[in-house]
Design a binder for this molecule. Structure first.
Ligand SMILES: *[C@@H]1O[C@H](CO)[C@@H](O)[C@H](O)[C@H]1NC(C)=O
Ligand SMILES: *[C@@H]1O[C@H](CO)[C@@H](O)[C@H](O)[C@H]1NC(C)=O
Length: 413
């Protein structure tokens, strides 16, 4: 019984899409920095720049969207779809799920796109995320940070069901379904029903915002790996996609973290090159800034120039100690393979606060804007993507139990 169930689960993962590919892309909200709607030409410019970046370590020909709805319309398909078709950009779709008890308008926009563009569109769709950081916003940290309206696990599971029903007889029925959230939403056992309902898990990680953890740039690799490995330990072998990560090039200090072009470059190398690019499906944050409320600017280039702020070339050696992290992510095959963290992983700056006391935790200031899906009531919801929740804060018993399955992770605590 166990064996056949496992085989069925594996078959399900394999059948649920070509997730073996380690996509490279950026995030793209529905609005510009002045909160005006992005139109086809805006998306076209982004996608062309992404694919043309000088010294890029791979082809950034995927995009993560936050909504199917064109900004400020009721349920028109977002014009990013047409731009993606023209540039052959792969699409990680998103449905906005906070502040609503229905995703009907999202589904309506999506169904319109399927019938309008057909295969040209559906062949580009690599995944669907039902929601973005909704669980973070209803978590203790999110509430403390006044992160805005979120949605709990039951709501998300219901929406996942609604989406499945809506696409059951369309080409999207075989597209793998995920949900995007901060890493500590995934290690929170109360959210397990969401993990169970998914084909893959999307994680947003911002070591920059891990205040109280020694979040200077030199520690970013270690902080990233520890959070990533905690998610690996908590999601039972589901493939992990890194759906947002980056380091700001300008902006105020955040505890020990400093925004600078040099640090953004170091982060690109130590996290992107060492850990993610061509190893894990990755959606970098970001190509273009779009949240005027966030003082930290994450764009890796100015005015969508294909000459970025720093040289994107990947180095061959890295500062972050190897062995502090899983060397191969579970993304390609759906199996996790975690190496035992070396003793060098202990004594990092994050240790003291991993006790769960919560002291000094809480980061998650707004990073950049995700989308600005207009809601059914017409109000500008301008959902804001929140950056990195606190590392190790209050790991639940269930999360600790699942961590225990990962040999050696306790060496970190
Ligand atoms: C764990 O998740 C539940 C449901 O999403 C949430 O209500 C709770 O606040 C979370 N726990 C912490 C410590 O944030
Ligand atoms: C980007 O555009 C702004 C506004 O047009 C301009 O002031 C700035 O000089 C441009 N930057 C570059 C590097 O071209």
């Amino acid at each position: 019984m166990r064996v056949s169930a496992t085989l069925a689960a594996v078959a399900g993962v394999l059948a649920s899409g070509a997730s073996a590919e380690n996509y490279l892309g950026f995030n793209s909200g529905a609005t510009l920095a002045d909160r005006s709607a992005k139109f086809k030409a805006d998306f076209l410019a982004e996608f062309k720049t992404a694919q043309g970046l000088k010294n890029s370590p791979g082809k950034f020909n995927a995009v993560r969207l936050y909504t199917n709805i064109q900004a400020y319309s009721k349920d028109d398909p977002i014009q990013a779809f047409e731009a993606a078709i023209e540039t052959k950009t792969k699409i990680l779709l998103g449905v906005w799920t906070s502040g609503t008890d229905s995703i009907e308008l999202e589904l309506s926009a999506l169904k319109k796109a399927i019938s309008k563009y057909g295969k040209e569109f559906t062949d580009l769709v690599i995944g669907m995320s039902i929601g973005s950081e909704d669980l973070y916003r209803v978590s203790e940290t999110g509430i403390k940070n006044k992160a805005g309206v979120g949605a709990g696990p039951n709501t998300l599971v219901k929406f996942i069901g609604d989406y499945k029903k809506a696409v059951a007889n369309t080409p999207l029925s075989s597209v793998p379904i995920g949900h995007v959230d901060t890493w500590d939403a995934w290690t929170n056992g109360t959210n397990k029903a969401v993990v169970d309902a998914l084909d893959w898990v999307g994680v947003d990680e911002y070591p920059y915002y891990e205040n109280g953890k020694g979040n200077n740039i030199k520690n970013a690799g270690k902080l990233f790996d520890r959070a990533f490995d905690a998610v690996v330990g908590a999601v039972g072998g589901k493939p992990i996609w890194v759906t947002e990560t980056g380091w700001p090039a300008t902006g105020p200090k955040w505890d020990e973290a400093e925004a600078s072009v040099a640090n953004a470059k170091y982060y690109w190398q130590e996290i992107g090159c060492r850990k993610l690019f061509n190893k894990v499906p990755t959606f970098w944050y970001n190509l273009r800034d779009s949240n005027p409320d966030n003082e930290m600017k994450f764009a890796i280039t100015e005015n969508l120039s294909t000459n970025p702020l720093f040289d994107l070339t990947c180095p061959t050696t890295f500062d972050t100690p190897t062995g502090t992290s899983s060397t191969s992510s579970p993304s390609a095959t759906g199996f996790s393979s975690v190496t035992v963290p070396g003793s060098s992983a202990t004594g990092t700056a994050g240790d003291s606060s991993n006790s769960g006391s919560g002291s000094g935790s809480g980061s998650g200031t707004s990073t950049d804007s995700g989308s600005s899906a207009s809601t059914s009531n017409g109000a500008e919801s301008s959902p804001v993507v929140e950056g990195g929740a606190s590392l190790g804060k209050g790991l639940s018993g269930a999360a600790l139990a699942s961590l225990a399955l990962v040999a050696g992770v306790f060496a970190l605590f």
